[in-house]
Design a protein around this ligand. Structure first.
Ligand SMILES: CC(C)(COP(=O)(O)OP(=O)(O)OC[C@H]1O[C@@H](n2cnc3c(N)ncnc32)[C@H](O)[C@@H]1OP(=O)(O)O)[C@@H](O)C(=O)NCCC(=O)NCCS
Length: 159
């Protein structure tokens, strides 16, 4: 289902304020889950530079959902090349996806995820990954609904 009244497009430099705001909203969603997700109070500049680097990276793409002249969601994807050890050396990874709280459950996330996977498929990539916090119930449900399944458990312990 394509949500009405908006569309996906590639992000551009002029979107960096909106991208940074949305990225911080994704981080705020994760903050209660584990201290590992806590942001520094002055993180804005570094977030903006990271997003600018993704915009400039030929092996990455940043997509946004725009409706009523507002950018309400972002999705970043990149291609990762491993050394030639395993048969499969190339994969795509969704780095971040976030839909503003006011625009959720209307198919925007699904449209962005589909655009990102189509972008990767057109580059000959056969597999796409995403890292999802175990405690992120919306994220877990969303990705499973889109056909993604478990691959690895990332385990950690505080020292
Ligand atoms: C996860 C997220 C991107 C989903 O975006 P969205 O636009 O609301 O998702 P969609 O409307 O495209 O949902 C597609 C399907 O996923 C499932 N889904 C999405 N959010 C859900 C929720 N909160 N509860 C249950 N199912 C959910 C539903 O099956 C939904 O289809 P349906 O609405 O027809 O039932 C959004 O909740 C978000 O930005 N969360 C905060 C940031 C985050 O967690 N990002 C993911 C990090 S990996």
């Amino acid at each position: 289902v394509t949500p009405p009244g908006g569309s996906v497009r590639r992000a551009r430099e002029s979107d960096l304020d909106d991208l940074t705001r949305l990225w911080k909203e994704i981080a705020a969603h994760h903050a209660p889950l584990d201290p590992v997700f806590a942001l520094r109070p002055d993180a804005g500049g570094a977030i903006r530079r990271m997003l600018a680097a993704q915009l400039a990276d030929d092996d990455a793409a940043v997509f946004v959902w725009e409706e009523a002249a507002q950018v309400v969601a972002l999705c970043t994807v990149r291609i990762d090349q491993a050394p030639p050890i395993q048969v499969e050396t190339r994969r795509a990874e969704i780095c971040d996806i976030g839909v503003a709280a006011t625009a959720r459950r209307r198919g925007v996330g699904r449209a962005l995820a589909r655009t990102a996977s189509d972008w990767a498929r057109k580059r000959g990539i056969a597999r796409i990954e995403v890292r999802v916090a175990v405690g992120n119930r919306e994220g877990q449900t969303f990705w499973r609904c889109l056909g993604y399944g478990d691959l690895l458990d990332v385990m950690h312990r505080r020292l």
